[in-house]
Each structure stands twice: as structure tokens, then as C-alpha cells.
Design a protein around this ligand. Structure first.
Ligand SMILES: [Zn+2]
Length: 254
């Protein structure tokens, strides 16, 4: 996950200027910035949740984002999908997202997959990434991404929103359990349409981006083996201990 210092890219004057204020973050520094620049992060869906992850990682200076999301912008996307704009309703979500991300950070390299993650593309996408962030609403997509991430031993930040509650954790194949350890079966209550106020995925999307930044830059404490659960109706936060399932069909053999 963390390449040797001599293998990391150097920073250009423009990158030093753009990210100067975060060099002073304790434990991050210039080395953390070079680690971000050298990293490739796959984000599964760039809607309300993943769009915020992508926006924050672009702002932070991650060098390469691999973005997977299909379909065209609909009016009912716009309460939460902040990379999409009203004037582009009916056009590609991916095209709008790329334009917004490049407007923020023109140095960002983007690999666009204008389709949602599935068993057909998951391995090809994960193979290009140092870290994946799962922001998909449907279990079929989540399980496909988890399967590929475990097989390739790529860490996965897992974020989910329902109503005013959000969940966040990080799986590290071979060290922690995986999504199937947490959810052995798909939850039939998770459908494409779910109750959501955009500020909730905005909050957990930023937290998932921060978790990704900590994983890549190698500082702070991450949510390995812990599930952070926040009820935004009350802002009550709790952390639940997670465990590996010995006979998990995905990660049991690692
Ligand atoms: Zn597992």
C-alpha cells in the first residue's frame, strides 16, 4: 500500500501551491502529499456519497481516480449528487462529474468507467487501484466490489447511508474481515431509491475521503475492525467491533 519514498513522485510547484496548507497537518507533511499523488483510488458510484469522496480526494491531491457510475442525470439526483448540475439533466453523469473535478484540480488523472460496478468489470477496475471506496447503494454492486478487492488484496473503505443514519468502516484483506463477514446475505431493504437528505452523504462522504487519505498517507487511526455508526437525527455516534468470519466465502481462505 505504501511504496518506498524513493519510488514516490515529486511535487510540482503548482501542487505545492495548491496543497500548502495541508503540509502542516501533524503526521501528514510533504511525504503524505507525495503518497497521495502516487495513489490510485477506485470509487464505486459518484452520486451523493461517492461524489463527495471524489471531490475531497481531488481537492486533497490524490493523483488518479478511477470512477465507476452509469446513467444520465435526473432531476431527483440533485438533492445530493453535487458533481451533477441542473443544466446537464439528461446528459451523462460521468461527463458532468469529470468536468467538475477537473475544474477543481486540473492535474487530476481520471479513469472513467461509465457503468456501475458488476462482476463483469470489478476485477478490471480493482486491478488498477491501490484502494477502493465502496459507495454503491445495491448489494450486488457491493458484493462484486468486495469479491474483487479481497481477491486482489486491495483495502476497501465502506460507506453507506440510509435515511439519517450512516455507517463507515475499512476492510483490509488478510488483516480484517470483509463486507461478507459483516453482511453474509444481501439486505433486500436496500434499493436504488432510499430516504436521503444530501447533507448526510455529504458528511460521510467527507469522512470516507478522510479515511482513504489516512490509509494512503499512513497517519492517524483508521476504522479497521470497527464500524462507525452515526444517527444524524441526534448525532449519536457509536463504534461497533467487527469480527472475521472463519468460513466467509470471500475472505475465509486468506
Ligand atoms: Zn469475509
Amino acid at each position: 500500500m505504501n511504496p518506498a519514498e524513493e519510488d514516490l513522485p515529486e511535487l510540482s510547484p503548482a501542487e505545492r501551491a495548491a496543497h500548502a496548507w495541508q503540509f502542516d497537518v501533524a503526521g501528514f507533511g510533504e511525504l503524505g502529499q507525495r503518497r497521495l499523488k502516487g495513489a490510485s483510488v477506485l470509487i464505486s458510484r459518484i452520486g451523493g456519497l461517492g461524489g463527495m469522496v471524489a471531490f475531497q480526494l481531488a481537492a486533497a491531491g490524490v493523483g488518479r481516480l478511477i470512477l465507476a457510475h452509469g446513467g444520465n442525470i435526473r432531476p431527483d439526483d440533485l438533492n445530493r449528487q453535487l458533481l451533477m448540475t441542473h443544466d446537464r439533466i439528461g446528459t451523462s453523469r460521468m461527463d458532468s462529474a469529470i468536468e467538475r473535478l477537473r475544474a477543481l484540480n486540473p492535474r487530476l488523472e481520471i479513469v472513467a468507467e461509465p457503468a456501475n460496478v458488476s462482476d463483469a468489470n470489478a476485477d478490471r477496475l480493482v486491478a488498477q487501484a491501490d484502494l477502493v471506496v465502496d459507495c454503491a447503494p445495491l448489494f450486488a454492486e457491493r458484493f462484486a466490489l468486495n469479491r474483487a478487492a479481497v481477491a486482489r488484496r486491495v483495502p476497501m473503505v465502506e460507506a453507506a447511508v440510509f435515511d439519517l443514519e450512516f455507517h463507515l468502516t475499512t476492510f483490509v484483506p488478510g488483516q480484517t474481515g470483509c463486507l461478507r463477514c459483516l453482511y453474509p446475505e444481501a439486505n433486500p431493504g436496500w434499493t436504488r431509491r432510499f430516504p436521503v437528505l444530501g447533507a448526510v452523504p455529504g458528511v460521510v462522504g467527507s469522512m470516507a475521503a478522510l479515511e482513504a487519505i489516512k490509509m494512503i498517507a499512513g497517519f492517524g487511526e483508521t476504522l479497521r475492525d470497527e464500524l462507525l455508526v452515526c444517527d444524524c437525527r441526534s448525532f449519536h455516534v457509536k463504534k461497533l467491533r467487527l469480527h472475521r468470519i472463519a468460513d466467509c466465502p470471500e475472505c475465509g481462505a486468506l
